[in-house]
Design a protein around this ligand. Structure first.
Ligand SMILES: NC(=O)c1ccc[n+]([C@@H]2O[C@H](COP(=O)([O-])OP(=O)(O)OC[C@H]3O[C@@H](n4cnc5c(N)ncnc54)[C@H](O)[C@@H]3O)[C@@H](O)[C@H]2O)c1
Length: 253
């Protein structure tokens, strides 16, 4: 098992990519803090992990709040005495909207969750990891950071910001033996997908339009990202830091 004995915190772990990553990391031997603003969803994922024989703890947390990020780190340390992986995955999408029609409150919320949320996670998790002289801080960015789609300017900017944040944090963490890596998924089949498509539900038109932009001819399943996250969190990725790893079927070529 590639994460035997490790302790991982995963945000936005009540659904989609975060939930799949929590399940996958637990299956590789990690004890997982399943963090989400939706407490019921976090509990459901925790139960799924426990039923499969894994170890997990559900914690309600809004990543845009400093105290909640601090709590996540404290919960991991209190329960299991260490913090090996912090996966700053929680994020919110944007409905495609021209800039002139975009409202300021939407901008503020996207930046608060997608950028400040990652920054706060790093602030509290890296403090511990630097002291431990080991740890991996993972970030869910997006191909939108590299190859945006029209009308998604605020979301794209938020993900671009965390790719650069990742590189900067990787440099300051490297002397302490701590790695920081971003993952850039292309469109992934989670509850967030219809919003990106400008719809309330995924439909045949949306799927065809998106698939046509991916050279491998399909979208991600959450497990595609979870497998990348397990690899990047493990010692198999010991020389990978500061990278933005595209899991995108060739979208960014
Ligand atoms: N689905 C895609 O097409 C896609 C593509 C690229 C990147 N991403 C990114 O992947 C990450 C995960 O998204 P997903 O696709 O799994 O979506 P999802 O909607 O399935 O899951 C997102 C989870 O984050 C939680 N969340 C939202 N705001 C939060 C907050 N403030 N604090 C804590 N938890 C919060 C939600 O409750 C939900 O459980 C996000 O950062 C998203 O931007 C998604």
């Amino acid at each position: 098992m590639r994460l035997e004995g490790r302790v991982a915190v995963i945000t936005g772990a009540g659904s989609g990519i975060g939930a799949a990553s929590a399940v996958a990391m637990a299956a590789e031997g990690a004890r997982v803090v399943v963090a989400d603003i939706n407490e019921a969803a976090a509990k459901a994922v925790t139960e799924q992990i426990e039923k499969a024989g894994g170890t997990a703890l559900a914690v309600r947390a809004d990543v845009s709040r400093a105290a909640d990020n601090q709590l996540l780190v404290e919960k991991a340390l209190a329960a299991w005495g260490r913090l090996d992986v912090f996966f700053a995955n929680a994020g919110v999408p944007q409905f495609p909207t021209p800039i002139e029609a975009q409202d300021e409150a939407t901008f503020d919320r996207i930046i608060a969750v997608n950028v400040k949320g990652v920054w706060l996670g790093a602030k509290y998790a890296l403090a511990v990891m630097k002291q431990q002289k080991r740890g991996v801080f993972l970030v869910t960015a997006s191909t939108a950071a590299i190859r945006p789609r029209p009308g998604g300017q605020t979301y794209a900017a938020s993900k671009g910001a965390v790719v650069t944040l990742t590189k900067s944090l990787a440099l300051e963490s490297a002397p302490h033996g701590v790695r920081v890596v971003a993952i850039a998924p292309v469109a992934t089949e989670t509850p967030m997908l219809p919003t990106f498509m400008g719809k309330t539900e995924v439909d045949a038109e949306g799927m065809a339009r998106y698939r046509a932009t991916v050279p491998l001819g399909r979208l991600n399943q959450p497990e595609d990202i979870a497998r990348a996250a397990v690899f990047l969190a493990s010692d198999d990725a010991a020389m990978i830091t500061g990278s933005c790893v595209e899991v995108d079927g060739g979208r960014c070529i």
